[in-house]
Design a protein. Structure first.
Length: 128
């Protein structure tokens, strides 16, 4: 069953009328006509399929990119705190937010490392 035939079974409601072109009015108790369904526009662009992802990015590249991002967040947090301490025009809340963001991203990186290490140890304990 395709999407058009599924929409033919749908009864109109207020949310559906928002997707109709300006000239089409929905009666409250009738279903949509097939000619009206063909004029409907999708609400958003379709998501790319998981198969369409490029295979160029390896797991090691992803991990190194995440470690680099954590390092940049820590540098940004340290720069914000240094700017605050040196009297530059850095608001206190921005410095605190930058430091907390760096702290949370570092904690996440450590937990990912721990899970990877546990997985590796579990694989090594398996008997072949």
């Amino acid at each position: 069953m395709d999407a058009l035939s599924l929409f033919r079974m749908v009864r109109p409601d207020a949310a559906l009328s928002a997707y109709l072109p300006a000239g089409i009015q929905l009666p409250p108790s009738k279903t949509l006509a097939p000619k009206d369904l063909e004029q409907l526009q999708p609400a958003a662009a379709p998501l790319p399929s998981p198969v369409a992802r490029p295979a160029e990015t390896s797991f090691a590249d992803t991990l190194s990119r995440l470690v680099d991002e954590v390092g940049h967040k820590q540098q940004a947090g340290a720069a914000a705190v240094n700017g605050l301490l040196s009297g530059q025009n850095v608001p206190l809340h921005q410095a605190v937010i930058a430091m907390e963001e760096a702290s949370v991203s570092f904690q996440l990186m450590v937990e990912v490392r721990n899970k990877l290490l546990e997985s590796y140890q579990e694989l090594m304990r398996m008997q072949v």
